[in-house]
Design a protein around this ligand. Structure first.
Ligand SMILES: [Zn+2]
Length: 424
């Protein structure tokens, strides 16, 4: 499944086509959820363009299916006793989705993660520290498997305080840290308070997931500076698999096209968008027969580029990684605002420890303010930069140090108090 096996894009497309048909025939035979969805579709399909005729799959559809067929729904191709792993989505939107894997599909998950490790140059001499709770959220569970699979040492950091985790990293001389970007920043803050030198520690690489921050250049360079390490980003979803990773070039994410078919659509018209145009990422996983996902609307906003990345990996490239959610754009006084673009600017200020974005309505007008933990003198400079880059005056409010929430998993830094959501 290494990308190097595909000499050309044509070889890759041929392989995808063959895998896709194999999957479609299988799910039509054994998977009740997709048998119903694919009713009337004749197989095999003959081109990837035909893929566009298959119905899209949405999260709400999966959730509804679990309500109708509790507890696990019908997206299973094998009897339930064949399943060995249970996970659930983090539930940032709606009720968590329950997702099961078989031995085979769980093995596929960790194979996909091995690709992430390879791209980051992690070897069997590395010691991986996983600063993760090891709860039902899939998080770094598959990374843990992959680390062992390729012969590195896996050090789990579940049920520990940040101080305990830092001590474990230092004592065990861990070389690779796995965590969310927010948590990498938080650990650095705790280390500073405790007087622990992490910059010169054994950590050489940080692999982030769970939030887009790892691909936001200013967030990434702040983490790299604090840890004296190189950051590699990774994207995956409980319902989809570990589908993308950054490379030594650090300019965005590659999608593992040997295991996933990528489409980018306009979320309103559902038409495919052109390269360079912002759209919604739609994925099909090709190797998770126990829990297949065909044309799944991820809700993540991306831009794709047809050119090959300078690292030589010819898989589809998403510059800047995930650009946010397709529904997280807010219009403030006529300006389109994305939380990720605000984050990119705020993170250019190393003295800002934490921040929060608040949307609110004042005199029928939607407004945005940013609360920061940082020194007084950063306020006018930040306000000026925001105004210059976005063409919008944004209130900056300084709050007490350590008063804003710190995040160990998916950060929620946006509070929406608007009373009128009409955006135009
Ligand atoms: Zn690359």
């Amino acid at each position: 499944m290494n990308h190097e096996v595909y000499e050309t894009r044509v070889d890759l497309k041929t392989y995808q086509m063959q895998k896709l048909n194999e999957l479609l025939v299988f799910v039509k035979g054994f998977n009740d959820f997709y048998r119903e969805k694919l009713k009337g579709i004749s197989l095999p399909i003959t081109s990837l363009t035909d893929l566009r005729q298959l119905p899209l799959t949405t999260k709400s559809e999966l959730a509804q299916d679990q309500t109708l067929y509790p507890p696990h729904g019908r997206n299973h191709s094998y009897p339930e006793d064949s399943y060995i792993r249970y996970h659930q989505t983090s539930g940032t939107t709606g009720r968590p989705l329950k997702v099961l894997d078989t031995v085979e599909s769980w093995n596929w998950w960790s194979d996909c993660w091995v690709e992430v490790l390879k791209s980051a140059g992690v070897t069997n001499n590395d010691r991986a520290y996983l600063a993760f709770s090891f709860g039902p959220f899939i998080g770094f569970w598959a990374a843990h498997e992959a680390v062992q699979k390729q012969g590195s040492m896996a050090i789990p950091g579940g049920s520990m305080s940040s101080e305990e985790r830092l001590n474990s990293i230092l004592q065990n001389k861990a070389t690779v840290l796995f965590c969310t970007p927010s948590y990498a920043l938080h650990l650095a803050e705790v280390a500073e308070k405790l007087g622990l030198n992490i910059k010169d520690s054994s950590i050489e690489k940080i692999i982030t997931a769970g939030e887009p921050g790892g691909s936001v250049p200013s967030t990434r360079s702040q983490i790299e500076r604090l840890w004296g390490a190189k950051l590699f980003d990774h994207v995956g979803m409980t319902e989809m698999g570990a589908y993308g990773y950054s490379c030594q070039e650090q300019k965005g994410l590659h999608v593992n096209e040997a295991q996933f078919i990528v489409e980018v659509i306009n979320p309103d018209t559902l038409d495919h968008v052109e390269p360079g145009e912002r759209g919604e990422l739609v994925l099909t996983n090709l190797g998770r027969f126990g829990y297949p996902m065909i044309r799944y609307r991820t809700g993540d906003a991306v831009i794709y580029e047809p050119e090959t990345c300078a690292c030589g990996n010819s898989y589809l490239f998403l510059p800047g990684g995930l650009l946010g959610r397709t529904d997280d754009m807010v219009v403030i006084r006529g300006v389109n605002i994305y939380p990720s673009s605000l984050e990119a600017i705020v993170r250019e200020f190393h003295s800002i420890k934490e921040f929060r974005i608040i949307y609110y309505t004042e005199q029928e007008m939607n407004q945005v303010k940013i609360q920061i933990e940082g020194p007084e003198d950063v306020v006018p400079t930040l306000a000026q930069l925001l105004r210059k880059r976005l063409g919008l005056r944004i209130n900056i409010e300084r709050v007490e140090d350590s008063s804003l929430e710190r995040f160990t998993m998916k950060a929620r830094r946006v509070i929406d108090n608007r009373t009128t959501k009409v955006t135009a």
